[in-house]
Write a protein that binds this ligand. Sequence first.
Ligand code: KPL
Length: 303
Amino acid sequence: MHWTILGAGAIGCLWAAHLQRAGAAVSLVLRSPDRLAQYRARGGIVLIDERGQSFCPVAADLAGSPEPIEQLLICTKAYDSLAALESVWHRLNADSRILVLQNGLGSQQQIVARAGAARVLVGSTTDGAYLRAPFEVVYAGRGVTAIGPFSETGARLAEPGTDFGLQLQQDPQIETTLWRKLAINCAINPLTAIHGCRNGALATTPAYTLALKTLCSEFEAVARARGIALFERPLQEEALRVARQTADNYSSMLQDIRHQRPTEIEQITGFLCNEARLAGVDVPQHQAMLRQVRLLQHGAQPP
Ligand code: KPL
């Protein structure tokens, strides 16, 4: 089974390197001839983990290549996923399988609607990874990737190989898992982006903790209305636990703002606000987060 990976960010490089090391056939799809030339000059991905540094000569091509795709992994930013899928649409056939691994919610539903539930699996990961340079990925925290279908007719995942090295878990409740991740991201990401602080500050600065608690209770009202079971304990406790556990991290949303990249606010808070509207639940604090992060994306200075 050949794997094709769309998105050469941290998670795309992490999967590509592990698949290559496990002896699977794998190639990266890069977005422009310049980026492909940059990649080919290096010849592969550098993976840094607790075993040290390894060089993984993963093949690469452009979306326009005619090579048919067997197993596609989409791990672009959430707002890019549909366009990324369209760019390789001519390479897919009825037997092609698609695994979508992204933050937030909404993009998965778009991919299922476009490609059909029978071909698509979705995932949610707690793996921690970042790029220290283009195509050089640091595997900073071992986690688990939960994978499952959005419907009962969903696809099966191609076996990535016995020595794959990333932990996968079948998850028949993947939509609930994605809502739980969304709940944490809705509580932490916009606040850290707006205040320009590390995750830990949300647990140590009273004004930020108060705002986080309001976000959590609004989120819980939407989840209740949608019949989604969140955590065993109140969301605010879970969100504060994650904020403390990742105290030194800058959230992905704050990093995007600092690097002047678009954020995933529409797939995180935007998705929640839309669900709240459909359910008739008021979420003023999330609406405020959405407005403020949209402004920051357009260049407003944080307070
Ligand atoms: O997933 C995260 C993110 O930054 O996107 C959290 C859990 C907030 C950790 O930083």
